[in-house]
Structure formats: C-alpha cells, structure tokens
Design a protein around this ligand. Structure first.
Ligand code: MG
Length: 389
C-alpha cells in the first residue's frame, strides 16, 4: 500500500508573535518543521512525504528540505490551509492509496500515532487522531453569557494526523468552502470519519507557552528532569599546625582545617553538591577516609574526579554557589582565585561560580573560630539540556 504524507507548513504562525514562521523555531535544538518531517520520514508505513511551505521559503530551503532528498518533495503552499493541502495532494493523488495529513506545528507526533491513524483510514476510509476533553465546555453568546454546557463525554478534540483513502480526500477537496481541518471537508462530503485515540503529548505549538511545554516533554522521555540541583555541606575543625586549604588554595592563617585529606571544606561541599545533583552517592562513598589513597589528598582533585563521575552520566555543570562560614580569616582577597580554581575543575565559566564569605556573629563553633563550615549548591544540566544540534 502506498501511503503519502502531507506536512502542512504553509502558514505564517502569526499567533505566535515571533519574527520567523513558528514552524522554523527550534525545539530541543532542531526546527519544529524538521522534527515533524522526520517523524514521517522515519515511519516505515509512510512511502513518501510532501511538504507544503510558504512560497518565500522555497528558494533558500534548509538541508533537511534538500531538493535531492529521496522520498521527500516540497511544494508551495497556498493562501489557506486547504489550498496548501490541495497543492501537495496534486503531487501524490495518482500514486497514493492513502494520504495522511499532518500539521507541521505538531512535532511530537509519535510513530505509534501515525500508524494508528493510517490503520484507521485503511479500515474505514477516513481516520482522525482525537483526544478526550478534560475541561467542562461552555457555549457562550457575544456578551460572554453561557448559553449551554456541552456534554463533555460526547466531545473530542481533533488533532492531526488525519488519514484518508485517496478518493475520499479527492471528493472532500472538490467541495467549496474553507475548514480548519480536512476531516471537516470529508464529513461535508458525506464520508464517515473514524476517531482513533490521539495523544495529549502531540501538542500543537501555537504560543510560546506551548513551545516551553514541548521542550519539557521532549527533555524528559523517562520522567527525569534535565536540570538538576544538588546541595552540599561540610564542616571541619580549625586546629593549630595545619595549613588552611580552601577552594584549592592555601590561605595564610595561624590555624588550618583538620582532616584526613587536605580538609578543603569548600571542595568537599561542592563535591557533594555536584554528586548529589546527579543522584550519585556522596563524597564519603566515592573517596572514603578509610582509604589510604585519599590520605592528604588534594581535594580539588577529588572534585575533578566527582565532575568526571557526573560527566560520565551525561551531565554538565551549569553553575555553583558557595557560602563559607568563617569568623576569620577574611576570604575577600582570595575569592577570585578560589572561583577560578573551582571553575577550572567544574568545566564552567568563572562567572558561573559564586563564593561568598560570612561570619557567624560570634555564635557557635564557627563564630568562636573553632571551625569553618561551607554550604554549596550546584546546578547540573542533563542529557539534551541546552543542546544546539
Ligand atoms: Mg570534609
């Protein structure tokens, strides 16, 4: 069976308010139109694809619409949606058994939904993806007064894909008049239209909020968020006879932090924040203080290893913010160097590393100068976040 797909991309997307047509905006780093086309190109029940574009886009078309791409044709769209579809239909009417029409603005269409719609049309002649209505639906007059509450369980919201036997679509497109979808014309032509189960994720991207929601849906195929926050904390005693190491540098002071490693509480707190954001256990698990390997260890190096752990899980560090609670010494002269040390190891720009010193107003062990404590937060970007390709 020869199944031709028509991607209706002829509109200008004026409701979106962007400069370029909304189908050219990027979603997860790729144009919305490219995603919609690829959904059909990669579906093995689809024989070929025709894209109806705004005529001014034809001369400088992007690579994914290249003229020599097998199974893909591009035609100029028309003034109305139905004109665009008619132009595309003219290319395939002689060869297709079934034609499936899809809005370019629905880039999250799944392979299963395309198949379900095509199978429905093969069975019944015309099939439309549709979803149930969650909200109560009111009809109102021009003054906003409700004139009826419609029975929700009888209502469905039509999406695309919409698939038709070629003769059914030919009959429909021969009718006069406009319609917001092809199924409406098919109904007017007197053909029964079967509803198949649509997909709430098959969003029509009409507003910036839709695009944000689509980004979100695209980024969490397994329900895992792409942006991850981690929290770290550390405290070490201040004792005589030790160097004071903080943020990978030795700070002149009469005492130092006590610990198995160099006791760099900044690096320890940041390490825990980074590991925590990835759900990757904590510093004590990765670098146990019972292991002689970490005796006197350079904690900036431990942080580097922790970053390698989360990088291996597909994360990149977005930014880190640190609060150091120390009555003395003042960290101000050293903060820029500490930020640079951390940024170098975290693999982010120094502007993405914040370090602030606080005193504890003489209260508790930190205020009494017996200890230094550090709080840190880290933001990690997971696979797919912020990608441009
Ligand atoms: Mg520590």
């Amino acid at each position: 069976m020869h199944v031709s797909a028509i991607i209706a991309a002829g509109g200008r997307g004026l409701r979106f308010g962007a400069e370029s047509p909304k189908q050219l905006l990027t979603l997860g780093g790729r144009p919305i139109l490219e995603r919609s086309i690829e959904a059909f190109m990669s579906c093995d029940v689809i024989t070929d694809v025709v894209v109806a574009l705004p005529p001014d886009m034809l001369p400088a078309r992007p690579a994914y619409l290249a003229a020599d791409r097998a199974r893909l044709e591009v035609v100029a769209g028309g003034a109305r949606r139905r004109d665009s579809v008619a132009h595309a239909f003219a290319r395939v009417a002689d060869r297709a058994d079934l034609v499936v029409i899809h809005d370019a603005a629905r880039p999250l269409v799944s392979d299963a939904l395309i198949r379900r719609t095509v199978a429905g049309a093969a069975r019944s002649g015309a099939a439309v993806a549709a979803v149930g209505v969650q909200d109560t639906v009111k009809r109102a007059d021009a003054a906003g007064i409700v004139t009826a509450t419609l029975p929700r369980d009888e209502l469905r919201l039509a999406q695309t894909p919409q698939a038709f036997r070629t003769q059914v679509l030919r009959d429909a497109l021969a009718l006069e008049g406009d319609a917001t979808d092809e199924a409406t014309l098919v109904e007017r032509a007197g053909h029964p239209v079967l509803l198949v189960e649509g997909d709430p994720s098959n969003l029509k991207i009409t507003t910036p909020a839709d695009l944000a929601l689509a980004e979100y849906l695209l980024g969490r195929p397994s329900g895992v968020p792409r942006l991850r926050i981690g929290n770290g904390y550390d405290l070490h005693r201040l004792v005589a006879g030790r160097p004071l190491v903080l943020g990978g540098m030795t700070i002149p002071f009469e005492k130092g932090l006590q610990g198995h490693s160099d006791a760099d509480a900044i690096c320890h707190a940041v390490t825990d924040a980074v590991l925590g954001a990835a759900g990757a256990a904590d510093i004590g698990r990765h670098f146990p203080d019972t292991d002689p390997a970490w005796q006197g260890a350079n904690s900036l190096d431990l942080l580097r290893r922790a970053v390698a752990v989360v990088t291996g899980l597909g994360f990149a560090v977005g930014n880190v913010d640190v609060v150091v609670i120390a009555e003395r010494p003042t960290l101000v002269p050293h903060i820029d160097q500490i930020r640079e040390n951390l940024a170098g190891v975290l693999g982010c720009d120094v502007s993405c590393v914040g370090v602030k010193g606080k005193t504890n107003e003489g209260v508790d062990s930190m205020g009494a100068g017996e200890s230094i404590a550090v709080h840190a937060v880290a933001l990690l970007m997971g696979p797919g976040a912020g990608t441009t390709s």
